[in-house]
Design a protein around this ligand. Structure first.
Ligand code: URA
Length: 435
């Protein structure tokens, strides 16, 4: 098999065989195929796509390229959740303790933020002492004791994806449905959970800008999971505007705690209730009405918040911050964005707002930038809310005073205004389940 012939085949839109796919991935990971040939192949896939069979086999080859986590002792109860990335997305910190309270098992690996999107691992590190790296034994011991552990992605899990993703990032080939689907699902398959719930984001802050594209990605990922024997569902959710009011690590932790205590913004609450209920339905094999009741009980009884505290403490975090969120403190500098007219916000570009939060220090410009846990944005007004001249639309927080002016300007440019209420957008577009 020559890599040249594989590129030639894909260039003409032909299907690759299982053997060609497995050999290509194996030889790429072992360094026998150079980046420039894989780059050419990636671009051919970008233009010509892949059949379902090719996408399933590419995912399998990538999942088998490194270690896999063995969660078999937890039977069918293990359940994972993945978000395709967004702004203000703090859902894992809410749904994981709800699901564990209801009896599901959440043994999860999460990512760090890059660019305009945040990462769960960075958010959890806002707790002093929180350990995001546990040995395999510590990880499973904690899952046995607490029903829940969340750690950073191991470099040994799906190493083919790590290499391919780095190359896609610099060859303008990230935004391809078979490549995104195989990238996400190879890591989910290797991470070992029997059930997988995908939160596929749609809109200005997401990879998929339209509901049609989000549906196509979600459907492909659900088919991949199902073909590999995992119960899989995808919830397509709005990411045209940030989720909730808080963007930035410690700010998001505080908002997640509000939801776990029964409050929090309606949009965030609704997305979390839907994701938790779907995870419980799949992992405990109950009806959606039973799953909804378990979620309601976990929140109303206060047990989901107790589970959150148990989890933070189990991973070495200072739980006094969860019990008294004022301990996170406030960033050294802040500024308010004030409305200079009456009306409504007609659009609130999530990507631009995420970038503004990144400029304040809440995110990474490059993989080794350092995060300021207290930097970020509190959005007081969102589209559809009436605004009066002089109202505070948002407050920006940073430890670097010199960034305030440029981040504020970026933030202002993310908003457009209108005199009449804008049409309300759906929050949850659709749920797709394994057939
Ligand atoms: N997230 C991933 O893990 N992979 C992609 O290709 C895109 C988003």
């Amino acid at each position: 098999m020559r890599m040249y012939d594989i590129i030639e085949k894909k260039k003409h839109g032909e299907e690759l065989s299982r053997e060609e796919i497995f050999t290509m991935i194996g030889q790429y990971v072992s360094g026998q195929i150079p980046d420039y040939q894989i780059s050419a192949w990636l671009m051919a896939v970008w233009f010509n796509g892949m059949s379902d069979r090719e996408t399933f086999e590419l995912t399998e080859a990538m999942a088998l390229s490194g270690d896999s986590v063995d969660l078999s002792e937890f039977g069918s109860k293990s359940v994972d959740k993945h978000s395709t990335g967004g702004v203000g997305d703090k859902t894992t910190m809410i749904v994981a303790p709800i699901v564990a309270t209801a009896g599901g098992t959440v043994a999860k690996m999460s990512g760090r933020g890059l660019g305009h999107t945040g990462g769960t691992i960075d958010k959890l590190e806002s707790f002093p002492g929180f350990r995001t790296s546990l040995s395999p034994k510590e990880f499973t011991d904690q899952v046995r004791r607490c029903g829940l552990a969340v750690i950073g992605q191991s470099a040994d899990l799906a190493p083919a994806d790590k290499k391919l993703y780095a190359l896609r990032d610099v060859t303008a080939t990230v935004d391809s449905i078979p490549l995104i689907a195989s990238s996400v699902m190879s890591k989910k398959l290797a991470a070992g959970s029997r059930s997988i719930v995908l939160d596929v984001k749609c809109g200005s802050g997401a990879f998929m800008r339209t509901p049609e594209l989000a549906y196509e990605l979600a459907d492909t990922m659900v088919k991949i999971g199902t073909a590999h024997g995992r119960q899989t569902a995808a919830v397509i959710t709005n990411m045209d505007i940030p989720l909730g009011h808080a963007i930035g690590n410690a700010l998001e932790v505080c908002e997640a705690i509000e939801v776990l205590k029964g409050g929090g913004p309606d949009d965030l609450r609704e997305v979390c209730l839907t994701l938790s209920s779907t995870m419980i339905e799949l992992s405990l094999n109950v009806s959606s009405a039973e799953a909804d009741a378990l979620v309601g009980d976990a929140l109303q009884s206060g047990r989901a918040f107790d589970k959150f505290c148990e989890w933070i403490q189990a991973q070495g975090g200072d739980v006094s911050y969860a019990k008294d969120t004022s301990r996170f403190g406030s960033a050294a500098y802040s500024t308010d964005i004030i409305a200079d007219t009456d009306g409504y916000i007609s659009s609130c570009n999530a990507e631009a707002i995420g970038t503004s939060a990144m400029m304040l220090g809440a995110g990474r410009q490059t993989a080794d930038s350092v995060i300021d846990p207290r930097a970020g944005i509190l959005l007081f007004k969102k589209p559809s809310e009436r605004i009066l001249c002089g109202d505070v639309i948002a407050r920006l927080f940073t430890e670097k005073e010199q960034t305030l002016a440029s981040a504020s300007e970026h933030f202002r440019n993310a908003l457009t205004f209108t005199d009449t209420p804008p049409a309300k957008q759906p929050l949850i577009y659709r749920i797709i389940r394994s057939r």
